[in-house]
Design a protein around this ligand. Sequence first.
Ligand SMILES: Nc1nc2c(c(=O)[nH]1)N[C@H]1C(S)=C(S)[C@@H](COP(=O)(O)OP(=O)(O)OC[C@H]3O[C@@H](n4cnc5c(=O)[nH]c(N)nc54)[C@H](O)[C@@H]3O)O[C@H]1N2
Ligand SMILES: Nc1nc2c(c(=O)[nH]1)N[C@H]1C(S)=C(S)[C@@H](COP(=O)(O)OP(=O)(O)OC[C@H]3O[C@@H](n4cnc5c(=O)[nH]c(N)nc54)[C@H](O)[C@@H]3O)O[C@H]1N2
Ligand code: SF4
Ligand SMILES: [Mo]
Length: 702
Amino acid sequence: MNQSPPKSTFSTCPHDCPSACAVEVHFYPHGDIRRLNGAKENTYTAGVVCAKVARYPERLYHPERLINPLRRVGAKGEGRFEEISWDEALDLTAQKFLAAEAEFGAESIWPYYYAGTMGQVQRDSIHRLRHAKGYSRQFDSFCTNMAWTGFIAGTGRLAGPDPREMALSDQIVIWGTNPVATQVNVMTHVVAARKKRGARIIVVDVYETETMKQADIGLVLKPGTDAALACAIMHVLFRDGHADRDYLKAYTDCPEEFEAHLETRTPEWAASITGLEAVRIEEVAALIGETKKTFFRLGYGFTRQRNGAVAMHAAASIACVTGCWQYEGGGAFHNNGAIYQLNKEMIEATSLKDTKVRALDQSMIGRILTGNEDALLGGPPVKAMLIQNTNPVSVAPEQELVKKGFAREDLFTVVHEQFLTETAKMADIVLPATQFLEHDDIYKGGGHQYLSLGPKAVEPPEGPKENIFVINEIAKRVDSKSHPGFEMSAREHIEWMLQKSGYGTLSDLEAEKWRDLQPDFETSHFLNGFAHADGKFRFRPDWGNTAAPNKPDGETVFGPFADMPEFPDQWDAIELADREHPFRLATSPARSFLNSTFNETQTSLKKEGRPEAWIRPDDAASFGIEDGAKVEMGNARGVVTLHARHVETVARGTLISEGIWPNAAFEDGRGINTLTGADPVAPYGGAAFHDTAVWIRLAERE
Ligand SMILES: Nc1nc2c(c(=O)[nH]1)N[C@H]1C(S)=C(S)[C@@H](COP(=O)(O)OP(=O)(O)OC[C@H]3O[C@@H](n4cnc5c(=O)[nH]c(N)nc54)[C@H](O)[C@@H]3O)O[C@H]1N2
Ligand SMILES: Nc1nc2c(c(=O)[nH]1)N[C@H]1C(S)=C(S)[C@@H](COP(=O)(O)OP(=O)(O)OC[C@H]3O[C@@H](n4cnc5c(=O)[nH]c(N)nc54)[C@H](O)[C@@H]3O)O[C@H]1N2
Ligand code: SF4
Ligand SMILES: [Mo]
C-alpha cells in the first residue's frame, strides 16, 4: 500500500552542545527532509535551534558524505582509498585487532571516541566492546574536567537551579560562555527576563563576543584571570554589607576565614591582574550585591585555562556570599549532569570493566601514538584503534605529534565517520556512519533538565551503518566476552535503560517525547544543604578529594596540584606571556562550526570566512601588523599561518582565533591545535585549549 509520508516528526539534536535541542523535522512530500526547527512545546528549546542545525539537510544530503566502506591503497594520509564490502572491512579489522592482542596484549588496542553524537546508545556502546575485551580505556579530558571539578569542589554536586529560571531573574551573569554561538537557548531565557522584567545582562569574556554585544555590561578581561575578578567582587560584597551572613553561617564551611582571605583582594589588586578598571569591578560588584535574583550562568570557556578549576570554583562562590541561591531566579548553574542517574549496564557493560586496565588520556593522543612512555602509562604501544564520534587530527592538542602518530605504518586505524575528516584520511579502514536522523537514540541535556528521545526519522541510504552495528559486529569477530548488550537494537537498549533507571517504558517516552527531571526547588537550590557530608559549600575545597565524575581512577591527581590555592585566588599556573611569547591566545568557538563538525558544509565555511588571528590595533602596531595581513603565530609546539584582523574589543596582549577550521584551510596544513598543549591541568586533568602563549609576526611570503 502506498502510504503518504508524514509532514513532520520529532527528534533531538545529537551534537556536542549543552542545549540538546528538541527538534521538529519537516519533510517534503516525496519524503526527503526539508528543514528542522526547535520544538515549541519543549519549554527549554522553546522553538529555537541554532542556524547550522536548522539547515541540516545540507549536512544530511551532502555530496561528500561517506557511503561505502573504504580501504586505504595509497600512503598513510594520502587520501587514496578503494571501496570494499562491510564484511571485508569488519573481517580485516578483527584480524588486525586479534593480531595486535596476540603480540602486544589487549591494551595495545585503543577504542577512541568522543561526543560527536551525545546519544547514550550510539556514543557509549564503544565501552561495551572495550570492557568485554580489556582494551585500553580512555580518560576523557577534552572538555569538562576543569569546569566540573571546580563546580563540584564547591557544591558537591553537578546540578543547580532550573535553567528556565533565568527567565525569572533580575540579573544574569553570563560568565565565560558565548551562548549566542555555543548554546543558543540560554539567550531565549535571558532575553525573556529582559523583556518581562527588565533584567540586566552582564557578560564576562576575553573579547567582545556576539553574546557580549547583547549585554548591558561587558567585562573584557585577560584570559586566565577570572578568579581575581571573582575575589574582588566578593571583597566588595563583604566590605559593603552585601554578604548574607545568616546564609553564610548556615550554608558555607568557613565564611570568616574566607572573608579575612579576601581583605587584600581589592578591586585595585584585581585591576592589575585582569586589565579591567577598578571602578568597573566596583560597579558590577554593587549590582550583584543589590540584586538578590542574580543568576550566574557559568560556562566552560573560562575553565579551559591551567587554573580553570580554581576559576570555576571562585565564580560559583560569589553566589554563596550574596546568598542568591535562596531565590527563584537566583543561584549558579553550570551543568545538570547529576540529575539523570541512568543505568548503563547494557550499553557499556560496566560490570565487565576492569579498573586495572590503563586509561589513556584522550588529549595526549599525540604523545601516546608517538610512544611517550609516561603517556602510555608504562603499558604496551598502541597498535590498533577504532575511532567513533571524534576528529582528533583536527581537535586534539599538540597536533604535530598527533599527525606523526597517525602516520605510523605499524598503527592500524579504523575510523567510523559520516565524512572523510582529517582523521579518517589517516585511516586504514573508513566505515560510513549514519546521521542522527537515521538512527534511534536518547539524550540528556547538560544545559537543561530533559531526558529526550531522538527517534529515527528517515531510512539511511544503502551503506552507512549506526555505531552499535560496528561495535556488535566487531565484538562477534574478536572473541569478546559475551554480554547481552551485543544482541540488542538501539530501541531495546533505550527500553532497558529507561526501565532499569526507573523512568518507565520506551512507549511512555515516545508519547511524552521528553521527560522533565528537574529536582524540586529546595534540592535544586541546595536549600536542604550542599552535597558534601556536612551540607556546606566549600570555600576551602579539598582539591584532592573532589567527587568529580571525570576523575581518573584511584588517587590520581595531575599537574601542580600541590600548589593549588587554599581559597579562591588568582593562581599563576597559566601559560604566562614572556619576552619570547608576548601574547596569550584563546581559541574561542566559531558560531557556524561545532568543534570540527559543520566545517564540511559550504554555508558554514562561507559564513566564517577564513582562519584569523584577532588582535588589538595598538598591539598590532607594535609588530607592524596591518588589518588583513598574513601572519604567523607560534610557540615551541609549532607555527601556524593565518590572517590578522584588527579588533578593538580584545584585552591587551590577547589574541583570539575563532573556530576549529580544517587544518587544510591553513597554509601549510597546520591547524590551530598545532599551538595548544596537552599537559594535564590540576587537579584532575583536562586540556587548556584557551591558554596558550604565542608570538606573532608578519608572514615572510606576504
Ligand atoms: N557554535 C558552536 N557551538 C558549540 C561549540 C562550537 O565549537 N561552536 N562547541 C560545543 C562544545 S564541545 C562545548 S564544550 C560547548 C562550550 O561552550 P562554552 O561554555 O561557551 O565554552 P567555550 O566555547 O570553550 O568558550 C566560551 C567563551 O569563553 C571565552 N574564554 C576563553 N578564555 C577565557 C577566560 O580565561 N575567561 C573568560 N571569562 N572567558 C574566556 C571564549 O572567548 C569564549 O567566548 O559549546 C558547544 N557548542
Ligand atoms: N583549539 C581548540 N580545540 C578544541 C576546543 C577548543 O575550544 N579549541 N574544544 C575542545 C572540546 S570542548 C571538545 S568537546 C573537542 C571536540 O572534538 P570532537 O569530539 O572531535 O568533536 P567534532 O569535531 O565535533 O567531531 C565529531 C565527529 O563525530 C562525527 N559524528 C557525529 N555523529 C556521529 C555518529 O553518530 N557516528 C559516528 N561514527 N560519527 C559521528 C562527526 O562527523 C564529526 O567528525 O574539541 C576540543 N578541541
Ligand atoms: S543549539 Fe546545540 S543542541 Fe541546539 S540545535 Fe544547535 S547544536 Fe544542536
Ligand atoms: Mo566540549
